[in-house]
Design a protein around this ligand. Structure first.
Ligand code: HEC
Length: 181
């Protein structure tokens, strides 16, 4: 038994010493233009996925079907998200191309579910480029964004362009009535 405890103690001391060595020696490369070791990516990604899923599990999802919510959400998406995440037919910005981890494509059909998207948009993900929008947006605005994200899943470039076109026209008018004025 004594040998067992001595072994565990030595292993713990070695693990702590190893962690302190990595922290203080400067050997770890934090450059964004370098890939992290696969094991580090796996550990951080898996930790983050489970942390989000756990917190999102208790969030009640409201009805996200209203066209008004989707339209409002699109305006926010175009203003605040498209630079990093891109959209069908829209390239990510130069800022986004330097991000590590990169901002995932949210138009893929298997993007996270609405409760998870709400949690991520509200709280952000620390030590990635994903900002928290909760400090600047009330929950109902964030649900508008999430409503648009559901519409975005699987969207074609032509459909996205139609949203952009629609936004260019003041609400309640058509191109024809604009011409007459
Ligand atoms: C400055 C760049 C940046 C901006 C702006 C940004 N994001 Fe992100 N976002 C990221 C990055 C980077 C990640 C990946 C984080 C990670 O790997 O854990 C991410 C992750 C996400 C995820 C999780 C996706 C997944 O597959 O797990 C969602 C949802 C999301 N962002 C939505 C949004 C929305 C909606 C907006 C606008 C309101 C937005 N983001 C604005 C950089 C950004």
């Amino acid at each position: 038994m004594k040998v067992f405890f001595t072994t565990v103690l030595v292993l713990v001391i070695l693990a702590v010493a190893g962690a302190l060595f990595v922290a203080f020696s400067g050997v770890a490369n934090v450059a964004a233009d370098q890939k992290a070791p696969r094991v580090v990516d796996w550990f951080l990604g898996t930790t983050s996925d489970h942390a989000v899923a756990r917190r999102a599990a208790t969030i009640p999802v409201p009805d996200l079907g209203s066209a008004e919510m989707v339209r409002e959400g699109f305006e926010h998406y175009r203003e605040m998200c498209v630079g990093c995440h891109g959209a069908p037919g829209v390239e990510r910005s130069e800022v986004a191309r330097g991000l590590n981890p990169e901002a995932p494509d949210l138009a893929v059909p298997d993007a996270p579910d609405p409760a998870e998207e709400f949690w991520v948009v509200k709280h952000g993900i620390r030590m990635t480029g994903m900002p928290a929008f909760g400090p600047t947006h009330p929950d109902d605005k964030i649900w508008d964004i999430v409503a648009f994200l559901q519409r975005l899943k699987g969207m074609s470039a032509a459909d996205y362009a139609a949203f952009v076109q629609q936004q260019a026209q003041p609400a309640g008018t058509t191109a024809e009535t604009n011409d007459k004025s």
